[in-house]
Write a protein that binds this ligand. Structure first.
Ligand SMILES: O=c1ccn([C@@H]2O[C@H](COP(=O)(O)OP(=O)(O)O[C@H]3O[C@H](CO)[C@@H](O)[C@H](O)[C@H]3O)[C@@H](O)[C@H]2O)c(=O)[nH]1
Ligand SMILES: O=C(O)[C@H](O)COP(=O)(O)O
Length: 368
């Protein structure tokens, strides 16, 4: 097979050895001692996550605010939720910010990218850790793992989490509301292991991350090979210095993570990027159709970076819509026996926050 002749590039090999750590390498107390005057914010983007956002906030508050005061600010960005996400997050002790509260006089930035931007603009920390709101069995090391390299090494600007990603049959496993009692510094008994209980018979231990494997990883390897060492380039758990994050544009929706990696590579260079092993991550899986739309947004974002970097000559702009087919609908096209579903998968982009100071001044929460 052709791939057997290929070898890992020396750049990637050196970077992974030098810039990969494990969350178990430091405790919250050790980070507290290293923290000094650095302010730490945790930002959680949440769209309809009423089942999981509360336990995540509770865990962070209990272990990283009350027991060890490592986290100075805990913000949930309510991303146009239609359920009780905001109420649950507030009841658990988070400050809740509406996605559009801070950006009222700016053009829209939809979806997750808009929520992350609002979290960056609305927070005050020197270091900001982002954590998804749909995680199950959340533990404090998801935050301490990300903070370690930033608090211990001034040359690190951004840290991405990675983990094993089981693909779990969505029918057989009910939502777990999290645990009441956890070892705050432990990456968990599941770290580095696939299986666990008898109820996990339908689990593919590393089958998760389908968009990562089918879209993001090939794109990064083909066009930004320096980033090939990131085990989970789309991970929603990462942390960065405000000085870096405010200097990159933010892309809307699910384009935000791949854009962030590519843009940070350009801004700070590979040596200032790091990754940390967080063990295992369980989250809510989206449908294949939804992941198709996510992939399209990621491809459009990659395209925009290729164009900006002068690496493709555009003779037209990508379509920005995705046609999909759904069985069993009343409105099926007879010749297809399927309904045609067309979605807008275009992405928008906001310039770096640092360039928007003037337009944001007067809005109380913004620290820039
Ligand atoms: O309009 C939205 C959609 C999602 N989210 C939140 O963003 C997080 C991740 O969204 P999710 O739909 O669970 O994404 P995944 O299917 O898990 O997608 C993976 O890949 C995406 C694209 O890179 C990343 O954004 C995710 O963090 C990563 O987990 C969750 O807290 C959501 O509530 C919002 O805040 N607003
Ligand atoms: O990150 C990804 O690739 C997507 O979120 C899909 O993840 P899943 O395959 O674990 O649902």
């Amino acid at each position: 097979m052709r791939h057997s002749r290929a070898t890992v590039s020396p750049v990637v090999e050196a970077w992974t050895a030098y810039r990969t750590a494990s969350a178990g390498e430091w405790t919250a107390d050790q980070l507290m001692a290293a923290k000094g005057d650095t302010r730490v914010s945790v930002v959680i983007p949440a769209h309809d996550e009423e089942n999981t956002v509360g336990p995540i906030v509770t865990t962070i508050r209990r272990y990283l605010v009350e027991r060890v005061p490592l986290v100075d600010e805990l913000i949930v960005v309510d991303s146009h939720s239609t359920d009780r996400t905001a109420a649950k997050a507030a009841a658990a002790g988070a400050e809740v910010v509406g996605q559009d509260e801070i950006s009222r006089n700016l053009p829209r930035l939809d979806g997750k990218g808009g929520a992350l931007w609002a979290g960056l603009a609305g927070s005050t920390g020197d270091v900001i850790a982002f954590v998804d709101a749909d995680l199950r069995e959340f533990r404090p090391h998801f935050v301490t793992g990300l903070l370690g390299p930033l608090l211990l090494d001034p040359s690190v600007a951004f840290v991405k989490g990675f983990y094993h990603r089981p693909l779990i049959g969505t029918e057989s496993r009910p939502d777990s509301p999290g645990r009441d009692s956890v070892d705050p510094d432990s990456p968990g008994r599941d770290a580095h292991r696939g299986g666990r209980d008898g109820d996990r018979a339908d689990i593919d231990p590393d089958g998760g991350g389908r968009v990562t494997e089918l879209a993001a990883r090939p794109l990064l390897n083909l066009f930004w090979p320096e980033l090939a060492g990131f085990v989970q380039p789309l991970a929603g758990e990462y942390a960065g210095r405000r000085t870096a994050l405010e200097r990159i544009p933010f892309v809307s929706d699910y384009g935000v993570e791949i854009a962030m990696l590519i843009d940070l590579l350009e801004l700070v260079g590979l040596d200032a990027l790091a990754q940390v092993d967080l063990g295992e991550r369980l989250h809510r899986h989206q449908s294949t159709d939804a992941l198709g739309r996510m992939s399209a947004q990621i491809m459009l974002t990659a395209w925009s970076r290729l164009q900006r970097q002068g690496r493709v000559t555009a003779t037209g702009t990508p379509a920005g819509v995705l046609t999909q087919f759904r069985r069993g609908a009343a409105t099926a096209v007879p010749s297809l026996d399927r309904e045609i579903v067309v979605s807008d998968v275009s992405v928008q982009e906001r310039p770096p926050l640092i360039e928007l100071r003037d337009r944001l001044s007067g809005l109380g929460r913004v620290s820039v």
